[in-house]
Design a protein around this ligand. Structure first.
Ligand code: SF4
Length: 437
């Protein structure tokens, strides 16, 4: 029986100090609607979560006496940024004042306060611990960086992963590589054939918010890729090498190099999984990668509906049908298929989205949904989609449960599974088997 929680609204002053307002209950947002959050959907803000003061925005709450929804005028609205492995059920509810700045590329989940703790409407959707904040010792990461830079002095990719990803962005995937464990990132592409509204690696000059990391500026060779990934696959626990990272464009634009790298890798080792995170835009390239030895694919999408997808991804020279075809091809080659489902309450749980998602799951025989939070200013996103009214949404929790009952074979998570889970007992208490050192 989940705990019944009803937290008070929180607000922030200009300095970012956060206070509770005991005259208002916290609520959530779905699309353009402010809604009460069911008491059993709140969990404590997980460790590694952050709290943001939302400039130019007044929080909405429910008056504890009248039950009416009203604004909190004591300060600015507050939202939570959920740590990896968690999916949010509701956004922060607020009224945006004129001239309020666009919010940077983070997720803005509802939050409240009760009995000395912050709460969020969310779920831990993944037991894998690979990106737990407490699992990273930065001193050991630096030692690993020194060791690898000495081992591969001429490798531009290892230098990029060291200086930019592990030591500047604190990227969990890159740090895991330097700690010789789990999923190792392989960025390859300086360019992309999509123009996502909320692209995390490139934002046009005229947009007022920055991308969260800079895009790779060179094209690695297959030899550079193989040089550091082969030892990782041979030695790391539960090893995965993953093409397609946040610090690059679209990896399928570099498919020939990736194909040659996979061939080189598989000439030396058959251990572990070779995965690609991609927008799925080039099915023929995906076919070539499967023939070379690709084990799994994760296709990113904000929606299973063509119009909603195209309004956000703004694809160049590819169509929604191409990404469906890419998923089917990997399945035909016996590979594992996931979608990186960018969740936005009020859009993701619309009835029409549920129907489109069911069609995608059935048509592609999809293996897994990785339920990720879409990192974007909610007002900006809805305006870019051309959505001026919402409502009639199922609720994200309800959507997850309905799909689970309808497709019991469909797996849920947040990360690409290692081959041990793909070919073994997927639900096995994997986390306990992952040594943290
Ligand atoms: S597919 Fe990735 S790299 Fe390309 S625009 Fe979208 S977020 Fe950016």
């Amino acid at each position: 029986m989940s705990k019944q929680i009803r937290p008070y609204l929180v607000y922030a002053d200009d300095e970012g100090n956060i206070f509770e307002d005991r005259s208002l209950w916290a609520v959530g947002r779905s699309g353009w609607e402010a809604l009460p959050v069911p008491d059993d959907q709140w969990i404590e803000l997980p460790s590694g979560g952050n709290l943001y003061q939302l400039p130019g925005r007044r929080a909405i709450g429910i008056d504890v006496h009248t039950g009416e929804m009203r604004l909190c005028l004591k300060g600015w609205a507050v939202a939570a940024f959920l740590p990896p492995a968690h999916t949010g059920f509701y956004l922060a509810a607020y009224e945006t004042l004129p001239n309020a700045p666009v919010l940077p590329l983070f997720c803005y989940t509802a939050t409240g306060w009760q009995n000395g703790k912050f709460y969020v409407p969310a779920i831990r959707i993944e037991q894998d611990i690979r990106q737990e904040c407490k699992g990273f010792n930065q001193h050991k990461v630096r030692l690993g960086v020194r060791e690898k830079l000495n081992a591969y002095p001429h490798n531009r990719l290892v230098k990029h992963l060291a200086e930019n990803c592990a030591l500047t962005y604190y990227c969990p995937a890159a740090r895991n590589y330097f700690l010789n464990r789990w999923e190792c990132p392989v960025p390859t592409s300086p360019a992309c054939n999509a123009q996502c509204v909320g692209c995390i690696s490139w934002q046009p000059e005229e947009v007022s918010i920055p991308s969260t990391q800079d895009r790779l500026t060179f094209k690695p060779t297959a030899e550079e890729i193989a040089e550091y990934t082969i030892p990782h696959l041979e030695q790391a626990p539960f090893p995965i090498v993953s093409f397609g990272q946040g610090c690059e464009g679209e990896p399928l634009l570099m498919w020939r190099t990736i194909r040659d790298a996979i061939r080189l890798i598989r000439q030396h080792t058959h251990r572990g999984s070779i995965n690609i995170n991609t927008n799925g835009s080039k099915p023929e390239a995906v076919k070539a990668l499967c023939e070379a030895g690709l084990n799994s694919i994760r296709v990113s999408m904000n929606s299973a509906r063509k119009n909603i997808y195209e309004a956000y991804y703004r694809p160049r020279h590819y169509t929604f049908a191409d990404i469906v075809k890419s998923l089917k091809i990997v399945k035909e080659y016996g590979g594992w298929t996931s979608i990186n489902y960018l969740v936005f309450p009020g859009i993701t749980d619309q009835k029409a989205e549920y129907e489109a998602l069911c069609q995608l799951i059935e048509e592609t025989q999809l293996d897994m949904i990785q339920w990720r939070n879409l990192n974007i200013d909610p007002d900006w996103y809805l305006k870019e989609l051309g959505v001026d009214h919402t409502g009639d949404s199922l609720g994200i929790k309800q959507l997850m449960e309905t799909l689970h009952n309808q497709y019991p074979q469909l797996k849920y998570g947040y990360y690409n599974p290692p081959i041990e889970r793909i070919r073994g007992d997927f639900e096995k208490d994997f986390a306990r088997a992952m040594p943290i050192h």
